[in-house]
Design a protein around this ligand. Sequence first.
Ligand code: UD1
Ligand code: CA
Length: 455
Amino acid sequence: MRLEIIILAAGQGTRMRSSLPKVLHRIGRESLLEHVYALAVSLDADKITVVYGHGGERVPRALPHLDVVWVEQAQQLGTGHAVMQAADGIDDQATVLILYGDVPLLTKETVARLLPLAGPESLGLLTAELADPQGYGRVLRNAEQRVVRIVEEKDASPTERMIREVNTGILAVQGRRLKHWLGRLANDNAQGEYYLTDIVALAVADGVSIQTVRAGCADEILGVNDRRQLAQLERVFQARQAARLMLAGVHLRDPARFDLRGELVAVGSDVEIDVNVILEGRVTLGDRVRIGPNSLIRDAEIGDDVEILANCVIENAVIGRGSRIGPFARLRPETRLAEEVHIGNFVEVKQSSIARRSKANHLAYIGDAIIGADVNVGAGTITCNYDGANKHQTVIEDGAFIGSNTALVAPVRVGVNATIGAGSVLTQDAPENALTLSRAQQVTRPGWQRPSKRS
Ligand code: UD1
Ligand code: CA
């Protein structure tokens, strides 16, 4: 059976109070529309059409990677009018599934139950029973419990508003039937709009039966109309991801204080993540990785037995097995750490590689550097990589010891097993196996008197 999916995404989203079209607001890393698109793709649709409108070309321009047919609804005259814009392209025999761009958490399992209900003599409608149905269209049933029509809240009588079974907006219908009913929609209602929901009453009048599916869980049919709901859905989405990770064996100290805005590409066993950790982009965690509280980790590959202590910011970095980072460390893009490297508090590393067992434990800046194995970078060491116009490289070879408060004025090289005396400003290469220092000689003046206050 041919499946065509139409995603409605033209509405303004007035209640968001935003200049951004509603469907471009994000949950996790992706926009609302990308969530719905991912669902459509997972259903193996033969064709996906997105109806866009408010904000003009902004929506298609923001999402050029979506493999869809974009159809413009220049004026937003209602959900029925939106579907009309796509009607010409609909195949008569196809099952047409309507999805809403602002209902992002719907699951494939639920939709899969709905699709077989569409046919020449029946229409599938997804409904839900809500404790608080406010804002949704209500499903009206007759004495035999058959659906007769949907009434929008704004058009509903006080008694109808007490109904708790709501229309989710999601429906599956035969292409030929849909096109026929679209042509008969009118806009004589409270909002002066062409309601897609009116096709339910038209179907009933044509003797077509309305088959309903109840959503597995009320959360999945929630729509985003304002920022409160956006935040609420973000938590639902995060809770789902957290549950998935915990079932896969990750120890989240508090799943309500964990955010994954992207993809955990791989995760080892016995990983432990403390509270307020945000993972972004593509992150890989090896076995027994421990992440302390309050860290932001983006696009990182973290090896086995790595420990990240509290309050670190890590971006586009590779961290080798057994390394220890933080607390309060910052790893900037293109940091490559080998095994058992220690990066301690208030240390910033940028575009540098550091080999096995090297340490920079306190207060340092390492930028554009290549550091060998077993190097000790003392507290307060700075690679002076920028001359105001260009960046230059610092090379520190295996076994070197950089005394505290050394300024390495790049380009500069420190040889194997070299020792740099504390407080040095290195402007030339330091040879291997030797002590190099550059600092004023220490002097003591015996008998020197402190000045005293004039009387
Ligand atoms: C709609 C349903 C309501 C249902 C609710 C579920 C109608 C008339 N009402 O109401 O029964 O309970 O969804 O969330 O369908 N859109 C367009 N073009 C338009 C108008 C809307 O593309 O002219 C899109 C919006 O971008 C949105 C979706 O259609 O993605 C729903 O529109 P919205 O205005 O939010 O409808 P609701 O009032 O929530
Ligand atoms: Ca809505």
